[in-house]
Structure formats: structure tokens, C-alpha cells
Design a protein around this ligand. Structure first.
Ligand SMILES: Cc1cc2nc3c(=O)[nH]c(=O)nc-3n(C[C@H](O)[C@H](O)[C@H](O)COP(=O)(O)O)c2cc1C
Length: 369
């Protein structure tokens, strides 16, 4: 039914308008208690065997919503209602900013992909912090807060901008993510170089500890799939050295590999980050590489081209404790997260592993022998 509706309505609309329309419906539905309870009962089923403990957090399942969908933390409860067990909001920048001029989001339907150059359009750390502070504490969805650099801030002043966001947002974050991997903020990805990343992560860690004293806010870094393998290793080593809690692999890619010939050439040439099915192979590769380097010392989060339960399962076997998706939600619709958790429960039952935690990294460990 969703796919029929997608063909009929969403596909004909500007992708960003379609996004906000769907978003509004989700938010409205989540505000009606009866509807929310009914939809959540159907779409957020709880499988005991998928319970996941990581980052010092207890989750009902490993699958969550990747950053970028709910940039301003306006639809956390709605997305949880649809079965995403954690919701990563943001990217939030120190100061509010409009992002790039429209059109900045493109659908490559035949390739089940998206290209975006949104440019961190968001209301800024102060407004998002106020919204998070006003959340109804009855809803216990795990909330990740993803922070990035304000565009007008220079690379030299980047750490101060991240620190500002941390001071405002850390108290509201179940986990905090330093995003240094979006291709749409000039210079941002240079921060992935260890000589820039070390002081940045150290400053954010200190700011989080200074601001939130009653618990340790888990800190993760999100990396690009376009890093050379040696640079992936360098980030992994740095993460261990700094006692980081996790790495999210991966953000969108500036490469255009993996696209079929179906998508119009003009679309393929659009500037921005490519996500969805064509990203699957490289994201999985980066994840496996990270696991080979850090093993169980750090939580790995797999994201990029996860379309179905099998993709999510492969990420878990490669080393991911948590998995996330964005682009496939656009194509698969409201049953996306439910299908993934359901399929994961079935795969786990048919596997030799007693728990999901046993499955994490099992294939990577086998390959390393
Ligand atoms: C329209 C759009 C906006 C995004 N915005 C952000 C963002 O603000 N911060 C971020 O860390 N990732 C952002 N992402 C990247 C996603 O979180 C994810 O890492 C990437 O899309 C790969 O996953 P997917 O193939 O399931 O979409 C965005 C992706 C899309 C498609």
C-alpha cells in the first residue's frame, strides 16, 4: 500500500516537500494517544531476544533511525512509534543555519538511493536543547544527539563550536555523536584527520564531563565511507586511545560507485552525499575493517544501505552492535523498522548464536582466523 502511495503521490512531489509532509503526519499521529498506542503496538513489537545493552544503555532492539531525518528533535516519539528503537537527532550545529539553497535532495528511485546536499539545515543547539528539555519523560526512547560544525565557523574554531553544542545538548543525550563526515559542509571532513580529530574529541569529552556530572555521556564519532583504509585504521586506533565509546560507520559518500545505469545522468551528477543501496558494500567493508581493528573494545554502529533484515544481520555479523537506516525508510515506508526487527529475530533463532551479542562480529572473527 505504501509503495502504491509512493508511486502515486510522493514520487511526483519534490522530495523535500514529501519528506515534510510525511513527517507532519507522523508527528500528528504520535500526538493522538490512542493512535500512538495502536500503531506502536503494531510496529514496535518487542522481541525479548533482541534486547541490546550497549553504551551503558538498555535497548529493546538494535535498529534505529540514522541522523538527518529528524534534525530538530521534533518527531522522536513518532519515529519510535514506527518501531525505530533509538532515534539519532541532528545534525545540530552550534548556531542555527538554513542549509544550502533548494533543491538539495534528489531521489534516484531505480537505484534505491538518495543524493543530498542539505548542508546541516537546523534550528541550532539552543533551540534543540530547549525542545529536548521539554520532552515528556514518560517516553523513554533512546535519543542520540549528533552534532556538527556551523558553516560560517572556520576549521580553526571548529572545536569551540562543537563544545558550545555539547554544553547545551549533552544533558539531553543518551549518547552524543561528533559528526565529522558530512560532505556538505566545506572542510568538515578534514576534521577526520587524527591531528584535528584528537583535540576535537578531547574537547568534546571534557565539555560533556563538565556539563553532565551524574553520569558519563557516551561519545561516538561518525565517519565517512570515503576515508582511505589507512585512515579508517587511524580513526579506530585514536578512538581506542581516547577511550571513545563508539564509531558510526558510515555517513553518505561523494563517490558514485554502485549506481546502475537506470538513474538519469543529470541526477547522478548532482553534488552531495549518496546514500541508500549503492552505499551498502563500502559501509559494510568499513565496518568489518573497524571491527578487525577495535574488536569488542568499542561499540560499532552500522549504517549505509541497510534495506532489509538481511542487510542488518550482515552488519551485526560484521561487528555492529547497533544498526541504523534512513534512505530505505523513504522507499520501504512505515513497516521498514518493524520488518528489520522481525527479520532479525528470525535470523537469530535460525543461527547458532544464543544471543544477539554472540552474533556481533562473528563473521569478522571467522574471517580473521
Ligand atoms: C537527506 C539526508 C540527510 C542527512 N543528514 C545527515 C546529518 O545531518 N547528519 C548525519 O550524521 N548524517 C546525515 N545523513 C546520513 C545518514 O545518517 C546515513 O549515515 C546515510 O544516509 C547512510 O544511511 P542510509 O543509506 O540508510 O541512508 C543524511 C542522509 C540523508 C539521506
Amino acid at each position: 500500500m505504501y509503495k502504491f502511495f509512493f508511486q502515486l503521490v510522493f514520487k511526483r512531489m519534490d522530495p523535500e516537500r514529501a519528506h515534510y509532509l510525511a513527517f507532519r503526519w507522523i508527528r500528528l499521529a504520535a500526538r493522538v494517544p490512542v493512535l500512538r498506542t495502536f500503531v506502536a503496538a503494531a510496529l514496535a513489537p518487542r522481541y525479548k531476544e533482541l534486547r541490546t545493552e550497549t553504551l551503558g544503555l538498555r535497548m529493546h532492539g538494535p535498529f534505529g533511525l540514522a541522523a538527518g531525518f529528524d534534525k530538530n528533535a521534533v518527531a522522536i516519539d513518532g519515529m519510535a512509534m514506527l518501531g525505530f528503537d533509538h532515534v539519532e537527532i541532528g545534525t545540530v550545529t552550534g548556531e542555527p543555519q538554513p542549509g544550502n539553497p533548494k533543491q538539495r535532495l534528489f531521489r534516484l528511485v531505480a537505484d534505491r538511493a538518495l543524493i543530498n546536499r542539505m548542508g546541516f539545515n537546523n534550528e541550532g543547539s539552543a533551540a534543540v536543547a530547549a525542545r529536548l528539555a521539554a520532552r515528556n519523560p514518560v517516553f523513554r526512547t533512546t535519543v542520540g544527539v549528533n552534532i556538527g560544525k556551523t558553516k560560517v565557523v572556520t576549521e580553526a574554531d571548529a572545536a569551540a563550536d562543537y563544545v558550545k553544542s555539547t554544553e547545551r545538548l549533552a544533558a539531553h543525550a543518551d549518547y552524543l555523536v561528533v559528526n565529522v563526515s558530512s560532505p556538505n559542509t566545506p572542510g568538515l571532513r578534514n576534521l577526520q584527520a587524527t591531528e584535528s580529530l584528537r583535540p576535537l574529541l578531547t574537547a568534546v569529552r571534557e565539555a560533556a564531563d563538565r556539563t553532565v556530572t551524574h553520569r558519563r555521556v557516551p561519545l561516538l564519532v561518525k565517519i565517512a565511507p570515503d576515508l582511505a583504509d589507512e585512515d579508517v585504521d587511524a580513526v579506530a586506533d585514536l578512538a581506542v586511545e581516547l577511550g571513545l565509546d563508539g564509531i558510526i560507520a558510515t555517513n553518505t559518500t561523494i563517490a558514485r560507485d554502485g549506481l546502475g545505469l537506470q538513474s538519469p545522468a543529470a541526477l547522478v551528477k548532482e553534488t552531495g552525499g549518496l546514500s541508500g543501496a549503492p552505499l551498502k558494500e563500502r559501509s559494510l567493508e568499513v565496518l568489518g575493517r573497524l571491527y578487525g581493528r577495535v574488536g569488542d573494545r568499542i561499540t560499532l554502529v552500522g549504517v549505509g544501505g541497510i534495506e532489509n533484515a538481511e542487510d542488518a544481520w550482515q552488519r551485526i555479523l560484521a561487528g555492529a552492535t547497533l544498526v541504523q537506516g534512513y534512505s530505505a525508510f523513504i522507499y520501504e515506508g512505515p513497516f521498514y523498522a518493524r520488518a528489520i526487527h522481525k527479520g532479525l529475530a528470525a535470523r537469530l533463532a535460525a543461527s547458532p548464536y544464543a544471543t544477539l551479542a554472540d552474533a556481533v562480529g562473528a563473521e569478522s572473527r571467522k574471517a580473521a582466523k
